[in-house]
Design a binder for this molecule. Structure first.
Ligand SMILES: Nc1ncnc2c1ncn2[C@@H]1O[C@H](COP(=O)(O)OP(=O)(O)O)[C@@H](O)[C@H]1O
Ligand SMILES: [Mg+2]
Length: 269
């Protein structure tokens, strides 16, 4: 991994640690249920999901619309509470966190991107990207510096003072990626990140997500209904249907390529 910039200070366990696969899973979801009551009907959005994600992995959650993918991601993100079952992230059961701890978790441990970008229209690129640092009460100078670096990382330094409606969809998603990165989270949670983009632009976004995974060591959980996309980028595919995990497979093509690429990053004869 020589020459690539790494996550500073916070110490991502996935970076430079070959033995991460034998450590406790980074995310452990057990018998997770999320039910909604709609009048007399009970909707089982999640109905006993059990899965694990290892530190440094790139996992895709696949399934048709309504299968429960976003529900899983929102629960990992701490945006929602389960009906029953548990979500344990880095050995912390999210259900046992206080309101303040959960807020800190959302701010520092996970970064999220969505199909619809979710940028604040009245704010510039720079302001959107630094917003999570404002919440984290980072001082101005450091905010500016880190926001500038994150925006440069996604190649938009010339657009710092533009507003989202002056940007293309692909550029808006790059801003959202920069925002997701800004507090240096260990996890990137992506919900249909290319769903509103054409395939070429979507590919550019996915290549950035892959860089975050490989170079920064971020653990990626991506939701998608597109099998081809998952097969191109993810190391492992987890299939959901009707709120349950119905299949799971290591992506042989990706796993092999990733190993090859990592070998290729080392010194060459
Ligand atoms: N707030 C909610 N109230 C009622 N039903 C919901 C709510 N959120 C999700 N659902 C239902 O839960 C199921 C799973 O939704 P979701 O996780 O969004 O699926 P996916 O992301 O795979 O399309 C769907 O049937 C959906 O309609
Ligand atoms: Mg969804």
């Amino acid at each position: 991994m020589g020459g690539v910039d790494r996550w500073p200070s916070r110490g991502n366990p996935a970076v430079g640690q070959a033995s991460s696969s034998i450590a406790a899973p980074a995310i452990r979801i057990e018998n997770l249920c999320r039910h909604y009551r709609m009048g007399d009907a009970l909707i089982r959005a999640l109905d006993g999901v059990t899965l694990e994600v290892r530190s440094g992995e790139f996992v895709a959650l696949l399934g048709s619309s309504g299968s429960g993918k976003s529900s899983v991601l929102n629960l990992i993100a701490g945006l929602d509470r389960p009906t029953s079952g548990s979500v344990v992230v880095q050995q912390r059961n999210l259900a046992q966190l206080s309101r303040e701890e959960l807020a800190r978790y959302r701010l520092h441990t996970v970064g999220m991107v969505f199909q619809s970008f979710n940028l604040i229209p009245s704010m510039t690129v720079a302001e959107n990207v630094e917003l999570p640092m404002r919440f984290a009460e980072v001082e101005r100078e450091k905010r500016d510096r880190l926001a500038g670096a994150a925006v440069a990382r996604v190649g938009l330094q010339a657009r710092l003072n533009h507003r989202p409606n002056e940007l293309s969809g692909g550029e808006q998603q790059r801003v959202a990626l920069a925002r997701a990165l800004i507090n240096r989270p260990q996890f990137l949670l992506a919900d249909e990140p290319t769903g509103n983009l054409d395939s070429r632009t979507g590919g550019e976004i996915m290549n950035m997500v892959r860089e975050f995974n490989r170079q920064l060591g971020m653990t990626v959980v991506m939701v998608t209904h597109e099998a081809a996309l998952a097969e191109r980028y993810a190391e492992r595919l987890i299939f959901l249907a009707d709120g349950k995990v119905v299949d799971e497979e290591v992506n042989p093509a990706r796993a092999a390529t990733i190993r090859g690429d990592r070998d290729a990053e080392g010194p060459r004869p």
